[in-house]
Design a protein around this ligand. Structure first.
Ligand code: EPU
Length: 341
C-alpha cells in the first residue's frame, strides 16, 4: 500500500543537502506503487516530480508537486551469447550496484563509470560519463512510464538523443517520463579504455601493463577518491558545470594567452572542450570559501556545501563563478546540475 506523506523535508534526499519541502512525498518500490501514485496525483490535479539519488539536483524552492523517490530495484541478465551479455537494471537501483554486477562477472564496458553516484534511472537523463566512457557506449534501450498518459513506452538509443551530459529527457521530454529500467550490452572480451590521462598515470605508477577489468575498476576508484569528495561526508553534486565546448578559433586565442591550457577533442565538429575546472582554478576560485560554499580545493568543478548553505547562497556563488570565468576568458560556463527553478 502506497504511503503519501505531506510536507517532507528533502535535505536527506539530495546530496547538496538543501532543505526544501515537498508538498507530498512517496517512496516508490514497484511499478504498482507508481501506477497508484500517478492516479492519486491526477485526481488531485498535482504534478509529479521524480527523484533518484538526488546527486545531480539543486532545489531552489519548495516543491509543490508529489515527489516520488524511486526505489524500484533489481539487476538481471536478460540475454547472453559467447561474446556479449545484456543486463536489465531497474531504475531505482544504485548505478554502482549495476556496475559491480558486471565487474564481478568480468563483463566489460562500464568499469570506467564505476562509483558514479546516483541511480540507474538518472544515468540516461544526463548520459553520465567518466574517464573516456559514456552511458551511450553500452546503452541499448529503456522503458519509461509516461506521466501524462500513464502508458509505458520503450526508447531505443537513437530516440534518447544522447550527447555530452545530455539527452531528450533534459529537453523535449523534461519531467515527462518516469524511467523504469534500462538495458545495457556488455562485452565478454572487452577492450578496456585506458587513454584518459589519470588512468595512464596510475597504471604506470603501479607497473600494470595489461589491467584486468577488476584492476581498472580499482584504479578508477582510487582516482575518484583522490579528487572527488564523498557526498556522504561533504555535500556536493559532482561536477557543477559542464566543460564548455568552444570554436577552434576561440580556443587558439585562449591558448595564445595561456599556453599551458588543458583541452580535449569534442564530439562536435570544429569544437574543442576546455575543462571548466581549469578555468575556475585560473580565476582564483578553487578552494576559496564564501560562507559555507566553495569550489572544492582538490577539483574546482565540484561545488561543495560545508553545511547549512541555502539554495540562494549556492546560486549566488554559481553566478560569481560564471562571471569571473566570463570576464577573464569570455566563456560562459553552464551548470551541469539540474537546477529546479
Ligand atoms: N583541472 C584543473 N583544475 C581543477 C580541476 C581540473 O586544472 O581544479 C584540469 C585537470 O588538470 C585536467 C582537466 O582539468 O587536465 C580535467 O580534469 P578531470 O580529469 O578531473 O575531469 P573534469 O573534466 O574536471 C570530467 C567530468 C567528470 C568526470 C571526469 C573524469 C564533466 C562536467 N565532468 O571532469 O564527471 O568524472 O571528467 O572523466 O564532464 C560529473 O559529471 O559529475 C563528473 C564528476
Amino acid at each position: 500500500m502506497l504511503k503519501i506523506k505531506k510536507q517532507v523535508d528533502l535535505s536527506r534526499y539530495n546530496t547538496l543537502k538543501i532543505s526544501v519541502k515537498a508538498a507530498y512525498f512517496a517512496i516508490i518500490k514497484s511499478e504498482t506503487d507508481l501506477a497508484e501514485a500517478y492516479i492519486w496525483a491526477k485526481d488531485k490535479g498535482l504534478s509529479v516530480f521524480v527523484l533518484g539519488g538526488g546527486s545531480n539536483v539543486l532545489f531552489s524552492h519548495n516543491i509543490k508537486a508529489l515527489v516520488l523517490k524511486n526505489e524500484i530495484k533489481g539487476v538481471s541478465v536478460i540475454k547472453e551469447t559467447a561474446a556479449s551479455a545484456w543486463l536489465e537494471a531497474r531504475s531505482g537501483e544504485a548505478w554502482s550496484t549495476l556496475v559491480n554486477f558486471a565487474i564481478e562477472r568480468n563483463w566489460g564496458g562500464m568499469e570506467n563509470l564505476y562509483y558514479v553516484p546516483g541511480t540507474v534511472g538518472a544515468a540516461p537523463v544526463q548520459n553520465i560519463g567518466a574517464y573516456g566512457v559514456e552511458l551511450k557506449d553500452v546503452f541499448v534501450s529503456l522503458r519509461a512510464f509516461d506521466l501524462q498518459t500513464g502508458k509505458v513506452k520503450i526508447f531505443n538509443k537513437e530516440e534518447c538523443k544522447f550527447a555530452y551530459r545530455d539527452s531528450v529527457f533534459k529537453h523535449k521530454y523534461k519531467g515527462r517520463y518516469f524511467i523504469l529500467s534500462i538495458t545495457v550490452k556488455l562485452s565478454k572480451q572487452a577492450k578496456l579504455k585506458l587513454d584518459y590521462g589519470d588512468i595512464k598515470l596510475k597504471l604506470k605508477e603501479q607497473g600494470i601493463k595489461k589491467p584486468k577489468i577488476r584492476q581498472l575498476a580499482e584504479i578508477i576508484r582510487q582516482i575518484r577518491d583522490s579528487k572527488l569528495p564523498n557526498p556522504a561526508e561533504l555535500a556536493n553534486a559532482g561536477s557543477f558545470f559542464k566543460n564548455p565546448e568552444v570554436s577552434l578559433s576561440a580556443f587558439k586565442k585562449i591558448q595564445g594567452r595561456f599556453p599551458e591550457i588543458k583541452f580535449f577533442p569534442s564530439a562536435k565538429a570544429g569544437k574543442i572542450k576546455i575543462p571548466a575546472g581549469w578555468l575556475i582554478e585560473q580565476v582564483g576560485l578553487k578552494g576559496k570559501r564564501f560562507g559555507s560554499v566553495a569550489m572544492y580545493e582538490k577539483q574546482a568543478l565540484i561545488l561543495v556545501n560545508y553545511g547549512g548553505a541555502s539554495a540562494k547562497q549556492i546560486l549566488t556563488h554559481v553566478q560569481r563563478v560564471q562571471k569571473a570565468v566570463e570576464q577573464k576568458f569570455a566563456i560562459k560556463i553552464e551548470p551541469e546540475v539540474n537546477i529546479i527553478k
